[in-house]
Design a binder for this molecule. Structure first.
Ligand code: PRP
Length: 265
């Protein structure tokens, strides 16, 4: 039996031994949510990189100002207090935001829809489209394959390099294509060029990475933006605190939209 408990808002899983076999540690289900005591700050998980830059004005408008170390790229700190004693922020990889929230380590997060589609965690509720981090998740292939015998569009079995194995498998399976996945974490564009795969499934923003590496986009799987996400258990157990933070983002979004309209007028 595993139970999750919390010390000062930091989740600790006890009884992990029950999940260990001789050679393997079974992955815990996110259903084992760690929910902070009401006197602990809520934890807001933010993704490093591009989305964080795009989210900064929104955070500011929502009245959430992380401590000074937050913007210091040399700092090795990962958890930061904010101007609001009820909210701490953690800075994690964009792919990990959903997992931190699904397991209840963070109760709230900002997460790309691509990551939500990949993990499809039932523990996550995504109440707000923040309209930032816009891009698409697409299939691409080397330009010179078009019209050739080995054009992947003609194959019933394809090898696909991607950092989205589940999403990719689902996409091709729905079309009756058996996709074998080459799971990479970056530099996907090299895979077809170096014969690791026929295709890639990756994020496309400006398209310059594809062009620079001799690839062309052949199909858009989904348009992506970032979402405010919350842990469903936290929403049930602390509805006032979680709803308050959702409302702060909702108000920030509305005032951002109003400002944009004023500037256009
Ligand atoms: C993403 C994606 C592409 C690139 C697309 O990578 O994986 O490589 O951006 O952007 P573009 O269409 O504007 O060229 P990212 O820079 O996020 O780094 P990663 O490879 O570590 O995921």
């Amino acid at each position: 039996m595993v139970c999750a408990h919390v010390t000062k808002g930091v989740p600790c899983i006890v009884g992990v031994r029950a999940f260990m076999s001789e050679n393997a540690l079974t992955v815990l289900s996110p259903a084992h949510n760690a929910v902070p005591q009401t006197d602990s700050p809520l934890v807001l998980a933010l993704p490093k990189g591009r989305i964080l830059k795009a989210a900064a004005p929104l955070l500011h408008m929502a009245g959430i100002v992380p401590g000074p170390d937050f913007n210091d790229e040399k700092s090795r700190l990962l958890r930061f207090e904010t101007n609001d004693p009820g909210i701490d922020v953690v800075r994690v990889r964009s792919f990990d935001v959903a997992t931190f929230v699904a397991f209840g380590g963070a109760q709230v997060g900002i997460c790309g829809a691509d990551v939500l589609m990949e993990f499809d965690y039932p523990e996550i509720y995504a109440p707000l489209d923040l309209g930032i981090g816009g891009c698409r998740i697409s299939i691409a292939q080397p330009k010179d394959r078009t019209g050739r015998e080995d054009n992947p569009n003609r194959l019933s079995q394809v090898r696909v390099a991607t950092k989205y194995p589940a999403l990719t498998r689902r996409h091709f399976a729905a079309r009756g294509i058996n996709a074998s996945i080459v799971h990479l974490h970056g530099a996907m564009e090299l895979a077809p060029v170096l014969d690791l795969s026929h295709l890639i499934v990756d994020l496309v923003d400006t398209g310059s990475t594809l062009r620079a590496n001799g690839l062309e986009e052949t199909h858009t799987i989904a348009h992506i933006t970032s979402r405010l996400i919350v842990n469903r258990t936290a929403l049930k157990t602390q509805p006032e605190r979680i709803t308050a933070i959702i409302n702060r983002f909702r108000t920030a979004l509305a005032s951002g939209t109003a400002q944009a309209k004023d500037q256009q007028a």
